[in-house]
Design a protein around this ligand. Sequence first.
Ligand code: GDP
Length: 497
Amino acid sequence: MSASFAKTIAIVGRPNVGKSRLFNALVKKRVAIVHDKPGVTRDPNIAELVAGLLLVDTGGWGLGQIKGQEKEAVLAAAVEEQVELAVEAAEKILFVVDGRTGVSALDHQVARNLRAHKDKVTLIINKIDEAETAFDEGEFLRLGFASWQVISAEHDRGIEGLRNTLLKLAPKVEKKPEEKKVPAVAILGRPNVGKSSLTNALLKKNKVIVSDISGTTRDPVSVDLEFVGRKETYRFKLVDTAGLRHRTKVGSSVEVFSQMRTREVLQKADVAVLVIDALEGVTSQDKLLAGEIQKTGKPLVVVVNKWDLAAARFVGEETIEGYQTLQEFEMACRESVESALFFTTGAPMVFLSAKESLNLEALLKEVKKIEAQQDKIFPTPEVNKLLSKLFWKNVPRNVSGKMFKVYYATQTGTRPYYFRLFCNQAVGVGDDFKRYLSKGFAEHFNCGGVPFFFHFVSKPRREKTEVKPDLYSNKGKRAKVGPKASERATYSPKKIK
Ligand code: GDP
């Protein structure tokens, strides 16, 4: 069991009913209690009541994009957008009305839009400043919400009680059972890059336990690896070593790159290691593989193998043309791999020699690190801050005549990371922009190589359930975030020879 994702409470209602007053009143209590707790972030419209419980004021949602219409129409449209997105985003909705002015047409509209979700709605009758303040209770109750509360956000009436009720929604802090699951690693790459050599090098001096015998062949399908490093012992399961051996034995005609096979292997893996040849650089086939890995949502570590051959070139007089030192060549390799695999989130790279068993531990270190990173749950306020920062740096193109705006985002998944972004329009958000966000997230949260998936939710689509990218379908389509055929192999062998 992993930790829980944050839950959201959304405050909705027409303008001037006191939404932001209520937000501040509820948040102030929280601030008073956890005043000096570090890391408690507060935005104008998002705040954490307690760990994992977010309060969101939807007041600004939907406003400011509709031009040339009557004020009323603008408000009605904005309020509708607020309510629809709030229903999507939140576990609990506080529907605020003004107890003194009575029920308005807009209140009725909000109520209508909320009716189908009334189980998660609490009607908040605000501005009842004193116990004696008279108001028409029946009029409000006829809106049809069984859960309701009378408060005064400004005079702090009923806030404490409301807050305590809300706190009950906080996700329970689950104690992670100390499961000792051994992570599965798939070593992938095109023929002759050294996959078998790497597998054997890893297994060589180490204890090999055959963990899974396939019924039809004597080859192990996966093997347990126990690698005693300098400071620690690494334990992994290497998947599909049978496939590796088989392909090597039979020869190149069988070693045709197979999408199906790769996907099957990736499904079993927690981390994908893509092996490339140091002197050949990233070829189009390597890119296809990296694209497959990205699509299946598995984290990627790139191995630049046969580094001994590169190193040997810098020993004598004659070096690799265009490079003075091995370090210089390494930098160039790094840059070209990064640009060739531009669609990943900056996978860690390990330069090694399978043949000479050099730098193997560095690979296992990266694999271990990236494996653990997949379970991270990021604080929602930080996610939202980061998003607005990324948006300011690179304002996305105005896709359908409207300024693109994200109101609120929450994480909804790990392994791989999923985020839902509630925005004014979801259609037309390009892969380029998603890649830009992925990279920004990976950099900020220090988890390059782990893919991020963003699901944009906007009002017109009226999506009630999350549509996750179909990770393992094989409809013969090219990966959306995949390599382009036009991308050339990077550092050219010509330079090297
Ligand atoms: P696979 O098809 O990816 O499994 O590749 P193999 O492991 O069978 O290796 C293909 C060829 O590359 C073999 O001749 C290996 O000896 C050679 N090779 C693999 N790794 C290295 C390395 O690190 N350095 C050198 N110099 N040769 C390597």
